[in-house]
Design a protein around this ligand. Structure first.
Ligand code: KG4
Ligand code: ZN
Length: 333
């Protein structure tokens, strides 16, 4: 079974081809092409939807040809076509979904509409392919949520951000500090040589299992004009630690409450080495197994969409080609 997937929900265009042979214990990634649009959006300090969709229109067909030729496969040999159908930017989602639907119709093959967040959620299982019962933390530029996973497609929302996503907070604070976009890797770089205890920034715990990061961002905004001298590394480290403390404590509390043995983390912010290290250590202390997605799978890519599609196809799922994209598509309620 060979699946081709497109990812065009935000500012990365991706095409991947994933194959699973009968009897094999694991899938083989035949191609995964990603074209980043960071350079096109950097000067605006964030993503411009109009520019993103125009670029997807240029890149997606090129990546499709590139993926097919690097996988040495003809499109007629693909067994199913998949695309991210939400959540994301409407005008961007439309490009990948239209291409996948067109190919599915043209080659008379199944179409699978994949939730982008399910792509992230399943990415820590890319190697093992066994979706165990667990608590999943998804931390990206657009989303921050914890999910109780009973198995494939059986998801229950535990908590979500009530304002900014963790990655959005990294990006906004980086912008305030005059650092580049995306902000997460920049903040992490400066934080490495900083003192995480120098600035006492708020940890917004809330009464519920939800997350909130806008207070932390505002605290940095008010603190900034008062600072003099050399503060960049210490501020980055203190800010990063405030985010990590909230993510770790809420995730461990959720794992205890739902009595799982496994915790996973995925999404762009899970590239952060300190988050991976501290969440991993907290899991060891709490007696939980811990899995994170490989670094190349954390930020947006089509391999995770192909993986979700392959698992869904094997479990008997298919989508109608009349299924619309949904910019607010929910993963779980
Ligand atoms: O998953 P992703 O590629 O796109 C979305 O689905 O949103 O995540 C992008 C986000 C950006 O906000 C970026 O700043 C953040 O992930 N990010 C990081 C790091 N690398 C990327 N945040 C913190 N530390 C990092 N090393
Ligand atoms: Zn994402």
């Amino acid at each position: 079974m060979t699946v081709l997937a497109l990812e065009t929900s935000c500012d990365e265009s991706g095409v991947a081809i994933l194959r699973r042979r009968n009897g094999d214990s694991a899938s083989e990634l035949l191609a995964s092409e990603v074209a980043s649009q960071i350079a096109a959006h950097e000067k605006y300090g964030g993503i411009v939807p109009e520019i993103a969709s125009r670029n997807h229109l240029i890149y997606a067909p090129r990546l499709l040809n590139l993926a097919a030729s690097s996988a040495n496969i003809g499109l007629s040999e693909i067994d199913a076509f998949a695309a991210t159908s939400g959540p994301g930017l409407a005008s961007s989602l439309m490009i990948g979904a239209s291409i996948a639907k067109g190919l599915a119709i043209g080659f008379c093959k199944p179409y699978l509409a994949i939730n982008h967040l399910e792509g992230h959620l399943l990415s820590p299982f890319f190697e093992s392919e066994q979706i165990q019962r667990h608590v999943s933390l998804i931390v990206s530029g657009g989303h921050t949520m914890s999910i109780f996973v009973r198995g494939l497609s059986d998801y229950q929302l535990i908590g979500r951000t009530v304002d900014d996503a963790a990655g959005e907070a990294f990006d906004k604070v980086a912008k305030m500090l005059g650092l580049g976009y995306p902000g997460g890797p920049e903040v992490e770089k400066h934080a490495r040589s900083g003192d995480p205890n120098r600035f006492d920034l708020p940890r917004s715990i809330l009464d519920s299992e939800n997350f909130s990061f806008s207070g932390l961002k505002t605290a940095v905004r008010y603190l900034l004009p008062k600072l003099k001298g050399d503060f960049l590394a210490d501020l980055c480290a203190s800010f990063q630690q405030a985010i990590i403390d909230v993510l770790v404590s809420k995730t461990i509390a959720a794992a205890q409450k739902y009595r799982v043995n496994l915790v996973t983390v995925s999404g762009g912010v899970s590239c952060n080495q300190e988050l991976r290290r501290q969440l991993g250590e907290a899991c060891v202390r709490g007696g939980f197994e811990f899995k994170n997605a490989e670094l190349w799978l954390c930020t947006d890519n089509a391999a995770m969409i192909a993986f979700a599609a392959l698992l869904r196809l094997r479990a008997g799922f298919q989508s109608r080609v009349t299924e619309e994209i949904d910019p607010n598509l929910a993963l779980a309620r």
